[in-house]
Design a binder for this molecule. Structure first.
Ligand code: UCC
Length: 557
């Protein structure tokens, strides 16, 4: 029966609702049950459950407040004195306290959960990220700074910084920035022009940094060219900078840093991103000044790139949850749109994209934990080196695609600011840009293959995982397709040495995407073939994902 005019007049569409983001996530549950020992999972369940609730409730409100009350730069005080105050929303600080409460940075350094700590951390970040108004950015940089100081720094000098970065106490905890980008050098970090001068027993930095994310951080790691006796052509060293000086008046004057302005960005609007000038900024070299700072900051990037993937896959999961909730509520053509065949098919494709991207991201997290806790074999270290750029480039692109599909799944409301939906797309779009663009990452995939011989170990790992699934009849055809793709990738890898560098570079992106897809397919098959705790749609995910794989030749010279 047609609804009456009166009913039509009184009709208002209700928006999507979010349940507890941990309890409602079958994909996350089944994965954690498959890979994390039950005692460790049980111990972390209260935190995961609480964060799942916060992410669906108070964090949403805080994130909205932080977005609508964005950072403000006040260059001067009332009397004209330069102060460069950055006024932050109280909501931003509250989001930071939630990160501390769950030990998002601290947890892997507390040593309780061994190699599984990184998987738990990944799960927490995945829950936290999409409701955090990008507070996951300072979390990521603080984590990576901690790892870098532990690996590269002199413990006596850097322990106090590590203690602050890994504290859960808001009165003690610090966050770190990672200042890499200059006007001359974005992707090309070698073009860094900032100078480090040694004067009166101290190092001071002089130069401009062009993108400084979370400029309100307490410290940062950054590169500079040492001058004087330490000068060497094209040499960059890594330095730690405290952003504020310990003044007698306790006001915390900037460490000879001028904030020229905050960036006006497409998204991440609660995150203060500065353009700054260093003019005599006191700095501590991290490790030996003559070491290659690029290599040190590159290993820092490996961890922030992993966090980028947590943000990507967490964002995808949020998009899917919203699109699914809405599809169950929204009635069109006489039924909920979730029951319309084409919309149901679109949602299923989204679920598959999420499942495959989730699988490779969490595989990288688990392996990072294994390598970090010195449990990994040599080939696993090589796999991790390759997997990180692969997962970063793949997950970031997927997150933008899924955010775009989600906005479309809402129709008009997806394009209306007050629904909060456009923010999903804007915030996803940063993920393929910062921490290395897709092309930079594709070239890093080649670097990992050339310098670390990482391709064969990854392909061997994939083959042995597929082997464990050989008796899983429903996916027999998928398994044989994936085996054929692995052979093709192996062949392409062998021919890499025979093609010109132009051809290799031009083909790097499609090679990397194919590799990520095939490896993702293998992980989906492996997960579907587990004897227990499998996702109800595991076979479908593997089948749909594998159907989308193409392995191209390198382009002709
Ligand atoms: O900072 C940014 C924003 C912060 C926001 C953080 C958000 C975190 C996520 C939040 C989620 C919400 S954005 C910064 C973006 N910039 C980049 O990503 C830089 C992109 N450029 C690169 O990645 C380049 O490829 C470089 C800088 C890594 C390398 O350039 P080069 O100079 O051409 O590289 P080389 O000569 O090939 O490598 C120099 C050294 C070598 O080591 P040695 O000297 O020992 O032989 C390489 O093996 O670095 C080593 N290396 C690596 N090592 C290079 N890449 C890596 C790597 N990925 N892992 C380990």
């Amino acid at each position: 029966m047609e609804p009456s005019n009166q009913a039509k007049e009184n009709f208002y569409q209700s928006g999507p609702t979010l349940k507890n983001q941990y309890l409602d996530d079958v994909l996350l549950h089944t994965y954690l049950e498959q890979v994390v020992p039950s005692n460790i999972l049980t111990e972390n369940t209260p935190s995961l459950t609480e964060l799942g609730s916060q992410a669906a409730n108070e964090m949403i409100t805080l994130a909205e407040q932080a977005e609508y009350d964005p950072p403000v730069h006040e260059p001067f005080d009332a009397w004209g004195q330069r102060i460069d105050a950055i006024r932050m929303s109280p909501a931003w600080n509250a989001l930071g306290r939630i990160a501390l409460q769950h030990g998002l940075v601290a947890l892997p350094y507390e040593g309780q959960f061994g190699e599984h700590a990184r998987t738990i951390q990944a799960a927490l970040c995945y829950l936290y990220g999409p409701s955090s108004a990008t507070y996951l950015c300072p979390v990521a940089m603080s984590d990576a700074a901690t790892r870098t100081l532990l690996d590269q720094g002199d413990g006596k000098i850097f322990q106090p910084y590590i203690d602050r970065l890994t504290s859960r106490d808001p009165a003690v905890a610090w966050t770190s920035g990672q200042w890499m980008t200059e006007r001359e050098g974005g992707s090309d970090v070698r073009s860094t022009a900032t100078e480090a001068r040694y004067d009166d027993g101290k190092w001071r930095l002089y130069g401009d940094k062009w993108f400084t994310s979370a400029i309100t951080s307490d410290m940062a790691l950054t590169l500079a060219q040492p001058q004087g006796a330490q000068a060497r052509p094209h040499h960059l060293s890594l330095f730690l900078v405290e952003t504020k000086l310990d003044d007698d008046d306790g006001k915390g004057r900037w460490n000879n840093i001028t904030v020229n302005r905050l960036k006006d960005k497409l998204g991440t609007q609660a995150l203060p991103t500065g353009e700054i000038t260093l003019d005599g900024t006191l700095a501590l070299p991290v490790g030996d000044i003559s070491d290659n700072g690029i290599a040190k900051i590159a290993s820092m990037l490996n961890l922030t790139r992993l966090h980028n993937s947590y943000a990507a896959v967490g964002g995808m999961r949020r998009c899917f949850a919203l699109a699914r909730s809405y599809a169950l509520k929204r009635v069109a053509f006489g039924k909920p749109v979730a029951e319309l065949p084409l919309h149901a098919h679109t949602l299923a494709a989204m679920a598959t994209q999420l499942a495959g991207t989730f699988a490779i991201t969490f595989r990288a997290a688990a392996l990072y934990g294994k390598v970090e806790s010195a449990m990994a074999m040599q080939d696993e270290k090589q796999i991790l080196r390759l997997l990180i750029p692969l997962v970063k480039l793949f997950s970031a692109k997927q997150s933008v695609a899924l955010a775009s599909e989600t906005l479309e799944a809402f129709g008009g409301p997806g394009y209306v600011e007050s629904t909060g939906l456009p923010r999903l797309l804007r915030d996803a779009q940063v993920l393929p840009i910062w921490e290395g663009t897709t092309n930079v990452l594709a070239l890093d995939v080649l670097r990992a293959i050339d310098r670390e011989n990482a391709l064969k170990p990854l392909l061997n790992d994939a083959r042995s995982r597929l082997n464990t699934a050989i008796t899983h009849e429903p996916l027999a055809a998928v398994t044989s397709t994936l085996n054929a793709h692995l052979d093709q990738l192996d062949f392409l890898g062998d021919s890499l040495g025979a093609v010109s560098s132009e051809v290799r570079e031009a083909g790097a992106r499609s090679f990397a995407f194919a590799l990520a897809r095939v490896y993702g397919g293998v992980l989906l098959v492996e997960s579907a073939a587990q004897p227990e705790a499998t996702h109800p749609s595991a076979d479908t995910f593997a089948r749909q994902w594998a159907a989308d794989i193409r392995v191209d030749q390198f382009p002709n010279e």
